[in-house]
Design a protein around this ligand. Structure first.
Ligand SMILES: Nc1ncnc2c1ncn2[C@@H]1O[C@H](COP(=O)(O)OP(=O)(O)OP(=O)(O)O)[C@@H](O)[C@H]1O
Length: 244
């Protein structure tokens, strides 16, 4: 069964249609890369899956069940580009991760927080610190731990390494890839960096002006791009131009 199913979804900001009649499936346990030029609607589609964008038509389901109308805990979790903005500066990182957990007693909660911090490569002894004490990469690890603590069936990763130093981007991407394989969630990986998408994604969807214009396996899309938009995106990444 498809983990995430997007059917005929249109998102409108006042009169502006940012996403138009999009169909997209992200099968269970797989990674779909969502690529496209700036402003084509990638983030808006990601936000729609967690009820953070005004969907005016269509339906989004996870394992056949409609997504909640309100953002928060749920089967779809989103990690944003900017860990500086997504974490409350006054909240300890332990408390941030605990937000994702199902309600339990304090001891069980602390144990789970430690487990998720360890999972993302952070020392659980730092649970009492606020984000200010962490680097950008470490903050993004906390954001990831918080999302994973909600045990999502689907993770939406929206440009999660774009705000980070190049030196830590690789570590976060490796971590994400390992966690996805280990935990088996479906992932919609939004990025303008095609090299990164190629590294992580089983399937690739290409967006242009609010529509999905091409969708296929990563091999198909990268080696035999059918749409002009895809060819243009690929031509901007010379290292990806390999002969099939
Ligand atoms: N809250 C909003 N209100 C009005 N327009 C918006 C809002 N959010 C996004 N838009 C517009 O919707 C369009 C799609 O934006 P979106 O952020 O989804 O694109 P994107 O593909 O993620 O771009 P980028 O790669 O630059 O982040 C853009 O024209 C943007 O200006």
């Amino acid at each position: 069964m498809s983990a995430l199913s997007i059917r005929g979804v249109t998102v409108r900001y006042d009169r502006f249609v940012a996403v138009r009649e999009v169909d997209l499936d992200v099968p269970d346990g797989t990674v779909t890369g969502l690529v496209g030029g700036s402003g084509c609607g990638k983030s808006t589609l990601g936000k729609a899956t967690v009820a953070l964008a005004p969907v005016v038509a269509g339906e989004i389901t996870v394992d056949g069940r409609k997504i909640a109308r309100r953002p928060g805990r749920g089967p779809v979790q989103l990690v944003f580009q900017d860990p500086y903005a997504s974490l409350d500066p006054r909240m300890t990182i332990g408390a941030a991760v605990a937000q994702g957990l199902p309600r339990t007693g304090r001891a069980a909660r602390d144990k789970e927080v430690a487990r998720y911090l360890e999972l993302v490569g952070l020392d659980p002894a730092r649970a009492g610190l606020t984000p200010r004490a962490l680097s950008g990469g470490q903050r993004q690890r906390v954001a990831l731990a918080r999302a994973l603590a909600a045990r999502p069936g689907v993770l939406i990763a929206d440009e999660i390494t774009s705000a980070l130093d190049v030196s830590v981007q690789g570590a976060i991407l490796n971590l994400l890839r390992d966690l996805q394989r280990e935990m088996g969630f479906a992932m919609l990986f939004i990025s303008h960096n095609l090299a990164v998408v190629r590294y992580l994604a089983d399937r690739v969807a290409v967006m242009d002006a609010g529509r999905i214009v091409e969708h296929g396996t990563a091999g198909e899309v990268f080696q035999r791009p059918a749409h002009e938009t895809t060819r243009t995106l690929l031509s901007c990444v010379p290292t990806l131009e390999e002969t099939p």
